[in-house]
Design a binder for this molecule. Structure first.
Ligand code: GRF
Length: 200
């Protein structure tokens, strides 16, 4: 008997290419899940547009809308509970998830990082800076990591990693492009692994 579909929220801030590849994987594999909410700190970004075009509920929520950070965190939790969210996928989300939210969803939040954690993670390691650091360090390979989000952020349990080569003439941009394509394949596989772990 098929399990009920796991209810997912994606947190995005940008184009949403990871969101779109997850959405496609759910339809094509198929995966026993559905994305029921797209949450973003930006009201008009590619991810939010994609959600609206595909009938997925959106929530634009930022700290600035609230009198305190705690109220912001409480409102985020309330919205997630209202949508009966079971797992949260951070997909190009450029804000820290409030600790209260991480505590409310223990081992339920995944993040994708564009490098092979534990290396090239932590403060300041996001976007193009990651790839510049990998090249600077003379690494022969890079890749992407899907990990669980805990209070220490990039230090949660690693669920899955994919590797890509670093080529001699790579720039930060060319490496970023190769890693982003790798992220799209990786997140789909990582979600499949998560659902297998959770739906057993
Ligand atoms: C990219 O830098 C990606 O490496 C990281 O989030 C950024 C934007 O991703 N995961 P997306 O296109 O918005 O999914």
């Amino acid at each position: 008997m098929a399990h009920h579909k796991t209810r997912l929220a994606v947190f995005c801030s940008g184009n949403g290419s990871n969101f779109r590849s997850i959405y496609q994987a759910i339809a094509e594999k198929p995966l026993n899940a559905e994305i029921v909410l797209c949450l973003s700190n930006r009201s008009a970004c590619g991810a939010m547009e994609f959600a609206q075009e595909n009938g997925i509920a959106t929530l634009h929520i930022t700290e600035k809308q609230f009198a305190s950070f705690d109220e912001f965190a409480a409102a985020m939790i309330h919205a997630l509970r209202e949508h009966r969210i079971e797992n949260i996928l951070l997909a190009g989300y450029m804000r820290k998830v409030p600790e209260a939210v991480v505590r409310a969803f223990p081992d339920k939040i995944l993040n994708i990082h564009p490098a092979l954690l534990p290396k090239f993670g932590g403060e300041g390691m996001y976007g193009i800076h990651v790839h510049a650091a990998v090249l600077q360090a003379g690494e022969k390979e890079s890749g992407a990591t899907v990990h669980f989000v805990n209070e220490e952020y990039d230090k949660g349990r690693i669920l899955l990693q994919h590797r890509v080569p670093v080529l001699p003439d790579d720039t930060s941009e060319s490496l970023a492009e190769r890693v982003l394509e790798c992220e799209h394949r990786l997140y789909a596989e990582a979600l499949e692994k998560l659902l297998q772990e959770e739906q057993q």
